[in-house]
Design a protein around this ligand. Structure first.
Ligand code: C2E
Ligand code: MG
Ligand code: MG
Ligand code: MG
Length: 290
């Protein structure tokens, strides 16, 4: 009896596994067609400066809308794309689309506006291709590297170290800024700061979400901000959802803010129409002179 049950359980388990891999397989196949079928789009989330709550940066975030699956989260399809060799074409599409729009946003938000783009180190394996494409797209759109930021998650820096180091150094030579995304969730953060050219740290939104006065997260945020300041890199707080989080981060001297409190990611068309300053900050948190 028990043996029988065990066997059954195994059968059910393996059927589940099979069903899952079929589903993934279908999804990978659909993902490989997403670009030619115009199913990808960009969302952009504004990033504000603490100085005067000016909109100074934006982060491009890829979206996939499939007629049957609906909207699939990048947290789901980016790892699939990485695993199945599709990340390069998606990443190139994101870069091309973003840089096409960037000149307009520089017109609207000023010459110091910077657009941040997420990159997976899986995209970096062909150094020459990467560099050629980036140079070509910058040139085609009349851009210098200055207005572009490349975000790499701290986590993904754990592997891929050599290729990533080379690519980031080459990008940096073009004036492109490098941000470490989801900072604080990896394992050997501090050694990265020495190894890679880094311009910006983005504090992971989980820290911001869990942060209350006197919490461990509060101390971590404070530590990251102090570290960033002491080595002269910018710091962006991600996932700021309410004014109490903003108040705490402001008191720590955090310079840049991104999160639902300010704005959700919006469409490319909407982004160019966002006000150049965020005007809904409570009076007690109004811009501090520096
Ligand atoms: P990320 O780069 O850390 O991007 C920030 C994520 O946090 C975005 O999720 C954004 O919508 C979300 N977010 C922003 N503010 C808030 C907030 O106040 N509260 C909450 N709960 N969430 C907030 P999204 O767009 O779903 O992207 C998820 C992840 O997928 C990104 O995390 C990034 O790692 C990856 N991703 C997105 N677009 C691309 C891309 O073009 N290329 C690559 N390689 N990865 C991408
Ligand atoms: Mg990011
Ligand atoms: Mg992040
Ligand atoms: Mg993330």
């Amino acid at each position: 009896e028990a043996k029988h049950k065990g066997k059954n359980r195994f059968r059910i388990f393996s059927e589940l596994l099979n069903a899952e891999s079929h589903e993934n397989y279908a999804m990978v196949e659909e993902l490989s067609l997403a670009i030619e079928r115009n199913q990808l789009s960009l969302a952009v989330q504004p990033i504000y400066s603490s100085e005067d709550y000016r909109l100074v940066k934006g982060e491009a975030l890829v979206r996939w809308h499939h007629p049957q699956f609906g909207s699939v989260s990048p947290e789901v399809f980016i790892p699939l794309a990485e695993k199945h060799g599709l990340i390069q074409q998606i990443g190139n599409w994101v870069l091309a689309e973003s840089l096409k729009k960037l000149p307009h946003w520089i017109d609207v938000f000023g010459n110091d506006f910077q657009l941040s783009i997420n990159k997976s180190p899986f995209e970096f394996y062909d150094h020459d291709d990467c560099m050629l494409l980036l140079k070509h797209l910058l040139h085609e759109n009349g851009l210098s590297g200055y207005n572009l930021i490349i975000e790499i998650t701290e986590h993904s820096l754990l592997e891929h170290t050599d290729v990533t180091e080379r690519i980031l150094a080459s990008y940096s030579a073009l004036g492109v800024k490098i941000a470490i995304d989801d900072f604080g969730t990896g394992y050997s953060s501090l050694s990265y700061l020495k190894r890679y050219v880094v311009n910006i740290l983005k504090i992971d939104r989980l820290f911001v979400a869990e942060m209350t006065a006197n919490s461990i997260e509060y101390q971590l945020c404070k530590g990251i901000i102090n570290l960033a300041k002491s080595i002269g890199v910018q710091v962006v707080a991600e996932g700021v959802e309410d004014d109490s989080q903003l108040a705490l981060l402001l008191s720590m001297g955090c310079e840049f803010y991104q999160g639902y409190f300010f704005s959700k990611p919006v469409s490319v068309a909407e982004f160019g129409h966002l006000p150049g300053r965020f005007n809904h900050v409570p009076e007690n948190l109004a811009a501090q002179p520096r």
